[in-house]
Design a protein around this ligand. Structure first.
Ligand SMILES: [Zn+2]
Length: 243
């Protein structure tokens, strides 16, 4: 039997036109097929199953377990790029939904867990108009009934282009970039913290965030990202983690 998703047919084009006219209508953001499920998350059950099999888990650093949903390639890369740089904020729904599913299947969504998005530097946030990690964290928190503490971490310095720095210089530079904001935070002492970012490459950003938060006495720290960078990715400044 021919795979119905392999080749665009007339219905796909009709749906694509609908999507252009009415963004966020009942179409899967990945395969553009109509979604019949009652709860519309912007991704069909077939794509959900496929994407849930792609994840990666990294362990061993100060950020504990770093769980990622998909590789930073192809449609998975396009999706987050469009969300971040083209202002297609409606994509936060399917991205957040898939990240929430991954959090549950990876045991990262226990009751009482507090979601903490990786902050952008205020000047970059002002330039973009939003922090993509905060948007994702809010979506995941609302789906899972968890608290999202956007004030727990703050960005304290704007690191220069790091592409020419060595691994250790980058890490030291990154460590100075985040601080726990105990005054504005709603409290993370004794809580399980789930750091949220759009992408992980070296892990330096999440490790710096984890080290900053550790001073506030959380019960444990783990991290969840949409994408994980793979060696062949040629990252541009600003596309990297923490940007
Ligand atoms: Zn689909």
């Amino acid at each position: 039997m021919e795979d119905p998703s392999a080749r665009p047919n007339l219905r796909d084009w009709r749906d694509a036109l609908l999507e252009l006219l009415f963004p966020g209508s009942h179409l899967c953001s990945f395969c553009w097929q109509s979604i019949n499920e009652q709860k519309i998350r912007g991704v069909c059950s077939r794509c959900t199953a496929k994407i849930m099999a792609l994840g990666r888990v990294r362990t061993g650093g100060p950020a504990g377990r770093i769980v990622s949903v998909a590789p930073y390639t192809g449609a998975y890369r396009e999706m987050i790029t469009e969300f971040k740089f083209s202002g297609r904020l409606e994509l936060g729904k399917p991205l957040g939904y898939l990240m929430a599913r991954k959090a549950v299947s990876s045991g990262l969504a226990a009751r009482g867990t507090v979601l903490v998005p990786v902050p952008l530097h205020p000047s970059r946030e002002a330039e973009r108009g939003f922090n993509q990690s905060s948007r994702l964290a809010r979506e995941i928190a609302s789906l899972l009934g968890l608290r999202c503490d956007e004030a727990a971490l703050k960005r304290v310095s704007y690191e220069k282009n790091q592409t020419r720095l060595g691994k250790w210089e980058r890490a030291a530079n990154m460590r100075a970039a985040f601080a726990a904001d105990q005054e504005r935070s709603e409290g993370i002492a004794g809580r399980s913290i789930l750091l949220i970012d759009d992408i992980v490459t070296t892990g330096a950003t999440l490790e710096a965030c984890a080290e900053a938060l550790r001073r506030s006495g959380p019960a444990g720290i783990a991290a969840l990202t949409w994408a994980f960078g793979v060696a062949k990715n040629n990252f541009q400044p600003g596309q990297e983690e923490g940007g």
